[in-house]
Design a protein around this ligand. Structure first.
Ligand code: UDP
Length: 460
């Protein structure tokens, strides 16, 4: 079928890894493509499609499903991460191929597959059908360049000595590399997943990152020598950055139900710049000791705080903590609304990349409490490269103590260092908005991809 008669420039199939922090940026990117005349079909796993709240908001995007082999419980049903990932590859490849065929059968053939870097088998499937393959990385360029160097054997693991030197990155202490690298033996399934992202990357026609150029200039330049790399971020809903897509106010797919009214009513009563927002994202599993230290650190600091503690984590809160009148604890928040509220003072974050980019794009200073995976490297960038926050130091047991947290909060909220951090945050906010606005670097990159897709000579 001729593309002109289809009513869109090209049809892309978007395949995220089934986790909130992966769905959000890929869904946002799909919305951008849609606004430029590309038809995206967004394929979650069956389990995610059953679990999501508020998908109505994402309705402008066609939804489809593939299977990870665990349709009733997702990864929680698998014996181990290794088992889950192997099954996902096997069943995912098969169901993705079926979906591509089904779309041909209903007269909506796909021109390209945009796949999460964690799922390199999707690129193999795309290539079996002769389709364009676009890798979409939801972790930073720095983190991925470290993984690339490990995967190619250029950076041997276990790491030996310090500093760790990787092109385009500042010298790193071993503990500042992702935990999968500096604690290499601890997570075999996940290590395989992050390194395997590069097993077939040479076959990808495009390699996209959710960063924007100025944020990781040097490493982007270095990677551009290897692949057709483009930075297309930040991938926040338009109304939080360039404000050109009036209906784009939310990510649209929530795996947890946000307590929006409770959060916003509470924040509305707080003075500007006075609130500490705390969230460790959608997956973190803090031990009880760390939970207790965070709780009493917040309490002792005397700032008003809004703390997201997922339902599965709430039993770890100290018993008498509920009496704290300074805080509100919710199971899930509308994070973008919270971070952009005028009462926001700072963000205590685990440094998941989405949270970091959200804070950076909305000009919110951070206190970094990284736990594992890429968060340790993201935290390094937050403090030392972008100057938008400080890292809370851990003791020999790996726990951030209450006094340390309290001290960091005072520094960021009221200290001299906090002033410089806030100036940097304002600068990066301006640059983030610039990147995705008309004529900005990310906008140009999206347009280049759109032109490429439009001019493809696919014939079905
Ligand atoms: N988020 C949210 N409400 C919350 C906590 C998190 O909407 O209470 C969103 C947040 O805005 C971000 C995503 O969930 O887009 C978490 O992704 P991130 O990469 O920060 O961390 P992960 O969950 O992958 O560890």
């Amino acid at each position: 079928m001729e593309k002109q008669t289809r009513g869109y420039k090209a049809h892309v199939l978007v395949i995220p890894f089934p986790a909130q922090g992966h769905i959000n940026p890929m869904l946002q990117f799909s919305k951008r493509l849609l606004s430029k005349g590309i038809k995206p079909t967004f394929a979650n796993t069956v389990y995610i499609s059953k679990s999501m709240h508020g998908a109505d908001a994402a309705c402008s995007i066609a939804l489809a499903t593939i299977s990870d082999g665990y349709d009733d419980g997702g990864h929680a049903q698998a014996e181990s991460p290794e088992t889950y990932l192997a099954k996902f590859e096997e069943v995912g490849s098969r169901t993705l191929a079926s979906l591509i065929k089904e779309l041909v059968d209903v007269g909506q053939p796909v021109d390209a597959v945009i796949y999460d870097g964690f799922l390199p088998w999707a690129l193999d499937v795309a290539k079996e059908f002769g389709l364009v393959g676009v890798a979409f990385f939801t972790q930073s360029c720095a983190v991925n360049n470290i993984y690339y160097h490990v995967q190619r054997g250029i950076l041997p693991v276990p790491l030996s000595g310090s500093p760790v030197l990787v092109p385009g990155l500042p010298p790193l202490e071993p503990w500042e590399t992702p935990s999968y690298v500096h604690d290499h033996g601890a997570y075999p399934g996940f290590v395989h997943m992050v390194l395997n992202q590069f097993c077939n990357i040479e076959k990808a026609d495009w390699v996209l990152f959710t960063v924007f150029y100025k944020l990781e200039e040097e490493v982007l330049d270095w990677m551009s020598k290897l692949w057709r790399v483009r930075a297309i971020g930040p991938t926040l809903p338009s109304m939080y950055v360039d404000k050109r897509l009036q209906d784009d106010k939310d990510y649209g797919i929530n795996l947890f139900k946000p307590h929006s009214a409770a959060c916003m009513d509470w924040l509305n009563q707080k003075p500007p710049g006075s609130v500490v927002y705390v969230s460790f994202g959608s997956m973190a599993d803090l031990d009880s000791e760390q939970m207790e230290e965070v709780a009493w650190g917040l309490d002792q600091s005397n700032y008003s705080f809004l703390w997201v503690v997922r339902a599965s984590e709430q039993a770890k809160l100290p018993k008498d903590f509920e009496k704290s009148e300074k805080g509100l604890v919710v199971a899930w928040s509308p994070q973008l609304e919270v971070l952009s509220h005028e009462s926001m003072g700072c963000f205590v974050t685990h440094c998941g990349l989405n949270s970091v980019y959200e804070a950076l794009s909305l000009g919110v200073a951070m206190v970094a409490v990284p736990l594992w995976t890429d968060q340790t490297t993201n935290a390094k960038y937050v403090e030392d490269v972008w100057g938008v926050g400080i890292r809370a130091g851990k003791d020999e047991k790996g726990v951030v103590r209450r006094e340390v947290l309290e001290h960091c909060l005072r520094e960021v909220m009221e200290g001299e260092r906090g002033k410089r951090i806030k100036e940097n945050s304002a600068k990066w906010k301006r640059l983030a908005i610039e990147a995705v606005s008309e004529g900005g670097s990310s906008e140009k990159n999206v347009d280049e991809l759109v032109d490429f897709l439009q001019n493809l000579n696919t014939s079905f």
